[in-house]
Design a protein around this ligand. Structure first.
Ligand SMILES: *[C@@H]1O[C@H](CO)[C@@H](O)[C@H](O)[C@H]1NC(C)=O
Ligand SMILES: *[C@@H]1O[C@H](CO)[C@@H](O)[C@H](O)[C@H]1NC(C)=O
Ligand SMILES: *[C@@H]1O[C@H](CO)[C@@H](O)[C@H](O)[C@H]1NC(C)=O
Ligand SMILES: *[C@@H]1O[C@H](CO)[C@@H](O)[C@H](O)[C@H]1NC(C)=O
Ligand SMILES: *[C@@H]1O[C@H](CO)[C@@H](O)[C@H](O)[C@H]1NC(C)=O
Ligand SMILES: *[C@@H]1O[C@H](CO)[C@@H](O)[C@H](O)[C@H]1NC(C)=O
Ligand SMILES: *[C@@H]1O[C@H](CO)[C@@H](O)[C@H](O)[C@H]1NC(C)=O
Ligand SMILES: *[C@@H]1O[C@H](CO)[C@@H](O)[C@H](O)[C@H]1NC(C)=O
Ligand SMILES: *[C@@H]1O[C@H](CO)[C@@H](O)[C@H](O)[C@H]1NC(C)=O
Length: 378
């Protein structure tokens, strides 16, 4: 019979106690003092705190907390717990003052738990993109507390793509997925994408704050050839006998292929490589040279307009500013390199044998070749 009443009695006593304490004054002059004043504890770890209740009170004081051990020495209450496995604790230290009213202090406890796992995912599940695509990244943080202290950062390599925080509240562990959209660029190709979850617990928390990272994902971005230089370089004027060096190097994924079309010979029109070279130009080498840079995604064309000056004419017009041969701008298609770089073995030049004929025929043939090539490509 009596056994059946025990829960009721316990319930009633705890109700009365909480009623008793909740009527208490948190702003009295001589309130109990907790040391430390704030606790940040990892779930399952030991912790302790002391409450110095008051100077002169003799009885009717206490510490309200459902876990751990309490020891009282005079008016000092020492609380310890070996494994803190409770969420949402609000310990209260109180005493009854002479006038009959109660004085209280509460101890702020943050119990935290780093996430079990952090997973980066992508809606659609593909890490192969094209340029300019909208990429919806997702970072799932599993079983973390407290979620309001969580900050999630998305990265490509060491570069931050964005940060997100939860607007949820609550003491107990939750899982949450954070979203970040961005637009893919060619720089993302080969980039390592990852996200990390960080618990910002303030100066009372562990230093540095706990961090859990996702695994890395490597992205592939396909993009059409992008020229290092301009697609319509300035007209090039070159002296007869000098080397001609045309460069239309570009970046692209897949790696682009190069085709050169010129009016000289069908032999050279299918030559590959980003650099076109003639070791010693003759007046007949003047005209248009087209470089078609192509990959599976798209194509770009560069047309170089080359004028050749005869030796006699050239020597009388040395100061012509358009005849610049700047050795420091090898990769710029608008310039012609000087003779000392002509034999550079790293440039893999395509040197061409040429036939000579009248220039109007040549222009026609050039246009014809170009059209033919474009139609073949299409
Ligand atoms: C609490 O008080 C006891 C006795 O004065 C001391 O040994 C202990 O370090 C104190 N604990 C904290 C958390 O201040
Ligand atoms: C109680 O505290 C006093 C000093 O504040 C100390 O000397 C004494 O040993 C303590 N008693 C116990 C049982 O810890
Ligand atoms: C990633 O997202 C896809 C759908 O967008 C889903 O099917 C898959 O289960 C997710 N993977 C993980 C590990 O969450
Ligand atoms: C993930 O990528 C980052 C940035 O490139 C790198 O620092 C880190 O070591 C990589 N982690 C793993 C597990 O490969
Ligand atoms: C120019 O293009 C080549 C590829 O042909 C590339 O390796 C190089 O980095 C590019 N240079 C610049 C400055 O973009
Ligand atoms: C150029 O093409 C002709 C036929 O069109 C061929 O006879 C000649 O050998 C080629 N020259 C070179 C250098 O490939
Ligand atoms: C090529 O350049 C010359 C002189 O700079 C100019 O007269 C000619 O019109 C140009 N041709 C083309 C097709 O741009
Ligand atoms: C180039 O000239 C040679 C003779 O010099 C001739 O046999 C050959 O057919 C010519 N090639 C073209 C494409 O006109
Ligand atoms: C080259 O680009 C043009 C338009 O930019 C396109 O119409 C054509 O199909 C492309 N050709 C190839 C071979 O990709």
């Amino acid at each position: 019979m009596f056994v059946r009443f025990i829960p009721l009695v316990v319930c009633l006593v705890s109700f009365l106690r909480s009623f008793h304490v909740s009527g208490c004054d948190h702003s009295c002059a001589d309130k109990p003092v907790f040391t430390p004043s704030r606790l940040v504890v990892k779930y399952g770890d030991p912790t302790s705190a002391n409450c110095s209740v008051c100077q002169h009170c003799q009885s009717s004081f206490g510490l309200e907390i459902p876990v751990g051990n309490q020891e009282i020495n005079g008016t000092l209450i020492s609380w310890t717990v070996d494994h803190l496995t409770e969420w949402g604790l609000y310990p209260l230290c109180y005493y009854t003052a002479a006038a009959g009213h109660q004085c209280c202090s509460s101890l702020e406890i943050t119990v935290y738990k780093p996430p079990d796992n952090v997973v980066l995912n992508i809606t659609g599940n593909s890490w192969v993109w094209s340029e300019g695509q909208n990429i919806p990244l997702e970072c799932s943080v599993q079983n973390v507390a407290p979620v309001e202290n969580l900050r999630v950062t998305f990265y490509r390599g060491q570069r931050q793509l964005g940060q997100k925080q939860s607007n949820k509240k609550g003491d107990k562990p939750v899982s949450e997925t954070f979203h970040l959209d961005f637009t893919s660029t060619k720089e993302d190709n080969g980039g390592e994408f990852w996200c990390e979850a960080e618990l910002l617990l303030g100066p009372d928390g562990p230093q540095p704050p706990p961090v859990v990272k996702s695994r890395n994902f490597s992205a592939t971005v396909f993009y059409e050839p992008q020229l290092n230089g301009s697609s319509s370089p300035d007209p090039i004027t070159i002296r007869e006998g000098d080397p001609l060096h045309l460069d239309c190097s570009a970046v692209g994924n897949p790696e682009p292929t190069y085709m050169w079309v010129n009016h000289q010979s069908s032999n050279s029109s299918s030559s590959e490589g980003s650099v076109f070279m003639i070791t010693s130009v003759t007046p007949a080498d003047k005209g248009l040279y087209a470089c078609i840079v192509h990959n599976d995604v798209g194509n770009t064309t560069v047309v170089f307009n080359v004028t050749v000056r005869g030796r006699e004419f050239y020597t009388t017009t040395v100061e012509n500013p358009t005849t610049v041969t700047n050795p420091t701008t090898m990769t710029n298609p608008t310039t012609v390199t000087n003779p000392t770089t002509a034999e550079n073995p790293t440039m893999t030049p395509t040197t061409t044998e040429r036939n000579r004929s009248s220039s109007s025929v040549l222009i026609h043939r050039f246009i014809w070749c170009f059209m033919l090539l474009v139609s073949v490509l299409v």
